[in-house]
Design a protein around this ligand. Sequence first.
Ligand SMILES: NC(=O)C1=CN([C@@H]2O[C@H](COP(=O)(O)OP(=O)(O)OC[C@H]3O[C@@H](n4cnc5c(N)ncnc54)[C@H](OP(=O)(O)O)[C@@H]3O)[C@@H](O)[C@H]2O)[C@@H](O)CC1
Ligand SMILES: Nc1ncnc2c1ncn2[C@@H]1O[C@H](COP(=O)(O)OP(=O)(O)O)[C@@H](O)[C@H]1O
Ligand SMILES: [K+]
Length: 482
Amino acid sequence: MRTAHCVDTVRTAEAALMARLPEGALMQRAAAGLAAACADLLGRVYGVRIALLVGSGDNGGDALYAGARLARRGAGVSAVLLAPDRTHQGGLAALTGAGGRIADDPFAVLATADLVLDGIIGIGGRGGLRPDAIPIARAARGSNAVIVAVDLPSGTDADSGEVTGEALRADATVTFGTHKPGLLIDPAREYAGTVRLVDIGLDAELPSIPAVEALQHEDVARLLPRPSAESDKYRRGVVGVVAGSARYPGAAVLAVAGALRGGAGAVRYVGPATEAVIARFPETLVHTGPPAKAGRVQSWVVGPGLGEGIGAVPEILASDAAVLVDADGLRQLDPEAVRGRSAPTLLTPHAGEAAALLEVAREEVESARLASVRELARRYGATVLLKGSTTLVADPDPSVAVRVNPMGTPWLATAGSGDVLSGLAGSLLATGLNARDAGSVAAYLHGLAARRAAADGTPITSWEVGEGVRGAWGACVLGGRT
Ligand SMILES: NC(=O)C1=CN([C@@H]2O[C@H](COP(=O)(O)OP(=O)(O)OC[C@H]3O[C@@H](n4cnc5c(N)ncnc54)[C@H](OP(=O)(O)O)[C@@H]3O)[C@@H](O)[C@H]2O)[C@@H](O)CC1
Ligand SMILES: Nc1ncnc2c1ncn2[C@@H]1O[C@H](COP(=O)(O)OP(=O)(O)O)[C@@H](O)[C@H]1O
Ligand SMILES: [K+]
């Protein structure tokens, strides 16, 4: 599991650790890791030109000490001081002592730099870059240099991943002690580039429950259902899919495709697209009457392509099975009907649907994904999976870590891929996974299936994502790499 902690937690842990260490030891650990990461990225150090962007806090201190280490190995290092009278003094002395210089002309230094270390602001920052830093950040971005952010890209919010003003886009970020949530959540994640974590000994001081966590192959493998020797199809779990309409019959087929690959022992389809479903998947149990008469299920998936047929939603919410509500099912969703449920409930909106539920603009959800998913989970008293470039899964209990999906590809932005996801997650619910595990494991398999299908850089269809779930499942179980 990859974990991320918020700034307050990091500061508390840092204080506890510093109390046991000589002064400055943590910053030296951070700087050593940072310098090593830069050397790795560059391939060589001797003779390369490095520009340090140095703000007024310890983030600038890290950049200066790392710059000193690189200068000692033969790099030409120049520091651009954004707040000359508040520069970290120890760091500056180390840099000049190692042969580094203070830049007279920042723009000339940036124009010829091979690598830029962004130490303008770290976890102490508020808001975007300030006006004096903006032309310098733009010059850095416009140069040919590799940009490495110290701890996080300056101007991005460490706790939320929000970017409220201008920020400096990095090619790589070297972060210390633990990931910060913003490094895993768009839009900030996109500014971070490749993220490398430097161990500074903070782990022992960090709480065991992080703010945000991301599954890895072995976590998924541990959570995936496996039939036991005594299993039969009913014991493995039955998932009911209420999806599709005369206008959108394909949504039913794609949701069933996902459901058949999520580990349930049987899939029941209820709706008007039985012919299309059976034509593709003869193993599906179909029913054309109301869901309550379809036979026993352990979970329901309701919503994909339902169009106007959303009358089934209240009936399904009233059942005692686990329920996943997606797409059209989310329209006119009654918070009280959801809150009153005792079985697991998973809502899977994309940003537009989440915005409608929260009565805000779509852009507001996209710029504040973490706050939005938490607020939806709180309002509905249900687990919420917010889809998009970063998929997040939040429980209504705010003390539970929000899961962020590290898998996926922008090629997933294709019609119908959400239908596959809802079937897959609903199937995992039927096997007995709780809503947070079902949602996050489904998003992981779905994203991995898409990555594998798009590995050659060509567009993929939602059908192929469904087809790819088996391979993704196998890769997790075998511990294979993507
Ligand atoms: N914690 C740890 O475990 C470890 C932490 N370490 C390092 O310390 C870093 C945190 O250092 P920090 O606390 O000194 O804050 P930091 O991010 O350098 O900047 C704050 C300064 O910037 C200013 N400022 C604020 N907003 C601004 C803006 N938008 N644009 C421009 N300026 C802005 C604000 O001053 P103000 O002008 O508001 O008075 C303030 O002085 C952390 O990210 C990591 O790199 C490691 O060395 C070791 C382990
Ligand atoms: N830019 C992106 N990067 C990664 N995944 C994306 C991106 N855009 C969309 N997705 C994923 O694609 C799927 C789209 O689902 P959805 O919006 O419901 O589409 P549809 O309704 O067409 O099925 C979701 O799993 C979502 O997380
Ligand atoms: K930074």
